[in-house]
Design a protein. Structure first.
Length: 326
């Protein structure tokens, strides 16, 4: 800031050809202007003005420096104007990392892109761990409460896991009435790509089915194939409710064993800390909070626009892989 102030003094003196007039415009004395110019010349190692008792004129170096200073202040004014305009209109490139669950993300993302056409989405779909800050992401959406002290966080909504099967499957194999009955059925499992482990079907921990071992008819690493296999009658699947909402409404899948399921998960948005959220980031986070889980219990809170909180101190800014239960 001191350097910019000195440049401003130089430009005023160069334009008025007078230390006195420059000082008058800047509300400082002519001697203060002269001292600033002298310090600037010493720092640059060149003479900027020819001085006489009657006037000052620019040297060749001074003329070149004046052109450079004008370009600098022009760029500063341009940046200030762009930032001022961006406060009113969310726009620009927005780099986000989203979980690999298209059934959840794509309808909401399409809606956001239609409403905010001036924002260019650069989306990465992955369940892998990402570094929010070093990766240059504006925002990351993942499941679970986040625990990085360097990140800001806002809860977007909740979901639960459900066991589903198709009417054709139940017509052939019957409908299980308890988790124990699943041992006689085809079970389709989700395998976490990061660890290779199978997702546990979350039967009530307090009951006798908490650690039940289920048969394995197939394993997949993403939601859509798991849902498709269940729809085709290959077996039963345990998936998030948002992934099968349409299928259950249309009757291509039937939900079973609800009374034995004990699971509630959450999705959160996280982003690098800043004193102020940019308009494009604010628009994205608020839109996701309002539309991603429209029937979520958390929507009552988000409707009141709860201010995002800084998450407690914890591990570095690497957001863990999504844990959607599929």
């Amino acid at each position: 800031m001191d350097s910019l102030s000195a440049l401003d003094v130089f430009v005023r003196a160069a334009e008025t050809r007078s230390f006195t007039d420059a000082g008058r415009r800047l509300s400082v004395s002519s001697s203060a202007v002269g001292k600033t110019i002298s310090r600037l010349e010493n720092r640059l190692g060149v003479r900027l003005f020819h001085r006489s008792t009657r006037a000052i004129t620019l040297t060749r170096e001074g003329e070149l420096f004046l052109e450079s200073c004008r370009r600098i202040f022009s760029e500063i004014n341009k940046i200030e104007l762009e930032l001022s305009e961006s406060k009113a209109t969310p726009k620009g490139r927005l780099k986000v990392s989203l979980p690999d669950v298209g059934t959840l993300m794509m309808p909401t993302l399409h809606g956001f892109m239609r409403e905010y056409s001036d924002i260019q989405i650069d989306a990465e779909f992955t369940d892998n761990m990402v570094d929010v800050i070093d990766g240059g992401y504006d925002a990351v959406i993942r499941s679970g409460e986040q625990s990085d002290s360097r990140l800001m966080s806002k809860r977007l909504g909740s979901y639960r896991l459900e066991v589903v099967g198709s009417p054709t499957y139940f017509a052939r194999h019957g409908m299980p009435l308890t988790p124990e009955d699943l041992k006689l059925h085809g079970c389709l499992h989700h395998r976490y790509p990061s660890s290779g482990k199978l997702q546990r079907w979350p039967f009530t921990k307090a009951g006798s089915y908490a650690d039940i071992e289920l048969p394995i008819s197939a394993t997949v690493t993403t939601i859509e194939p798991l849902v498709s296999l269940a729809e085709l009658g290959i077996g039963l699947a345990c998936v998030p409710n948002f992934a099968v909402r349409r299928q259950i409404e249309e009757g291509s899948l039937i939900r079973i064993l609800d009374e034995y399921i004990e699971h509630v998960g959450v999705f959160s948005a996280v982003w690098p800390p800043s004193q102020h959220r940019s308009p494009k980031l604010r628009a994205f986070v608020d839109y996701m909070a309002e539309h991603l889980f429209p029937n979520s219990p958390s929507q009552a809170a988000s409707a009141n626009r709860v201010q995002p909180r800084r998450v407690p101190a914890g591990e570095p800014s690497r957001v863990r892989p999504v844990r959607t239960g599929v």
